[in-house]
Design a protein around this ligand. Structure first.
Ligand code: FCB
Length: 467
């Protein structure tokens, strides 16, 4: 299996955070404030990446449980041990001063078989967590499925099968029946486009299929699952949104074939999800491909308009023409001049401004929340016990400047969530890439807030991007 994100961005590594918006200069920029009142500041996490306790209290297996990543390769146990340390984590969140915390519910904890018998102990965990967050003054934003599909459902075909959409709706209703009286913010699926591309198109993520037909099956069935959930969760006091990973797709050169490759990638990675969700049906170029999958009424289900579009942004993708494209990793070539993160993904805050403007123009200015944005690193504890992650501060700051610019350009932006609250198990990167505002010692579970924690606290408290 390839290392995380290598499949979308491969290129030379050089950790540079001065990007398209220019170098960060304290004197030049000062404090800024274009964020409207009520703009939501938050942090994100996901169940499998922080909880651990995989075999406790009746949880069933997920398709990611056996994946090991990093050096040495390690799996999602113990992660950050959050299943037991959640009360301390709530204190940390309170200290951080954010208004909102986005986490995910683990489907395999609630329905160990994926369907059928409910595991009450699993549900109780989230029930307690929600109460704890609320009494600490935090607003929970609940994502219902962040990649950890119950293994028995994968055995039955996973997202290749249409039935998985029905199973998902059943699960959503179970969770909503338990915590729905207190939850106003919901996200049915995290990044179905990454699940389809990584898991069914290029096979670098579980279930590891590299199959064009399965890819399109999984696109349609996740779109359907999301539409069913959007409808079931909708309500007057509800804010329900879909979350996709969105990056500007750029041709690796000005050659016409590279331009075509970039357009094709954008089509299958973004538009196959966004167009039908936002009421345009499948793009014409995909209509024939999707036709055998689409039953009467499906497009209406899929187009259940979300209250917001959640956007996870890390950086742009560069594509070049390549045999097997778009279902081939080899077409990802980042030009040498582009600054890169420690895990080889391009850094470009201007790209965030670009995608926000594209969404505004293409889809009629939907409300948008940035549900993930962050920088990985191999942070270490200094001899003074501090973790100085100035590069992360610069990264976040430059991206928030792009958000401000987009607000000024008329984009309807409602909130911003940092990925991530805690250092986490990062899928095929294992524990090697730390994204947290809080450092986690994965051997002892100890937590240490990094410099970025204090910086983000002042941002969220003042509603200003402070230097
Ligand atoms: C996103 C995932 C999230 C995390 C970040 C780095 O694609 O949604 O779980 O791994 O990437």
């Amino acid at each position: 299996m390839m290392r995380r994100r290598e499949f979308i961005q491969a290129g030379p590594a050089a950790l540079l955070v001065n990007d398209a918006l220019g170098p960060f200069s304290l004197e030049k920029e000062g404090a800024l404030s274009a964020f409207p009142p009520g703009f939501v500041w938050g942090v994100s996490s996901s169940a499998l990446q922080i909880e651990g306790a995989l075999d406790e209290d009746g949880r069933g297996p997920s398709i990611w449980d056996q994946t090991k990543g990093g050096d040495p390769p390690r799996g999602p146990e113990p992660a950050a041990g959050h299943y037991h340390r959640w009360p301390d984590d709530i204190l940390l969140l309170q200290n951080l001063g954010v208004a909102a915390y986005r986490f995910s519910v683990a489907w395999p904890r609630v329905l160990p078989e994926g369907a059928g018998t409910v595991n009450q102990k699993g549900l109780d965990f989230y029930d307690r967590l929600v109460d704890g967050l609320l009494s600490a003054g935090l607003t929970p934003w609940v994502c219902l499925h962040h990649w950890d599909l119950p293994a028995p459902l994968q055995k039955a075909g996973g997202w290749i099968g249409r039935e998985t959409a029905d199973r998902f709706l059943e699960y959503v209703l179970v969770v909503a029946g338990c915590i729905g009286d207190r939850i106003h913010h919901w996200i049915p699926l995290n990044e179905p486009n990454v699940v389809s591309y990584g898991g069914y198109g290029v096979g670098v993520y579980p279930p590891g299929h590299m199959n064009e037909e399965f890819f399109f099956d999984s696109v349609h069935h996740q779109n359907l699952a999301q539409g069913l959930a959007l409808k079931a969760l909708a309500g007057r006091d509800r804010f329900v949104g879909s979350v996709l990973s969105i990056s500007p797709v750029r041709p690796a050169s000005s050659r016409p074939q590279d331009i075509a490759a970039a357009e094709l990638h954008d089509l299958i990675y973004h538009r196959a999800f966004l167009d039908p969700l936002l009421g345009h049906g499948y793009p014409e170029a995909l209509a024939l491909r999707m036709a055998p999958l689409v039953r009467p009424g499906d497009l209406e289900v899929i187009a259940h308009r979300p209250d917001f579009l959640g956007l996870n942004y890390y950086g742009p993708t560069y594509r070049q023409a390549w045999p097997g494209a778009p279902f081939s990793n080899d077409g990802n070539v980042t030009p040498a001049h582009v600054p890169m993160t420690s895990e080889n993904s391009p850094i470009d805050s201007q790209g965030l401004f670009e995608v926000l403007c594209n969404i505004r123009d293409r889809y009629g200015r939907p409300p948008v929340v940035i549900t993930e944005n962050g920088l990985p690193g191999s942070d270490v504890v200094g001899t003074d016990g501090r973790i100085d992650d100035d590069e992360r501060i610069r990264f976040l700051r430059s991206h928030l400047l792009a958000v401000e610019k987009a607000l000024t350009a008329g984009c309807d932006l409602r909130g911003y969530f940092v990925w991530s609250f805690l250092d986490s198990w990062e899928w095929t990167w294992g524990y090697d890439q730390r994204f947290g505002l809080v450092y986690v010692d994965f051997d002892t579970g100890a937590r240490i807030p990094k410099s970025s924690f204090g910086w983000y606290r002042s941002v969220s408290r003042s509603n200003q991007v402070r230097p």
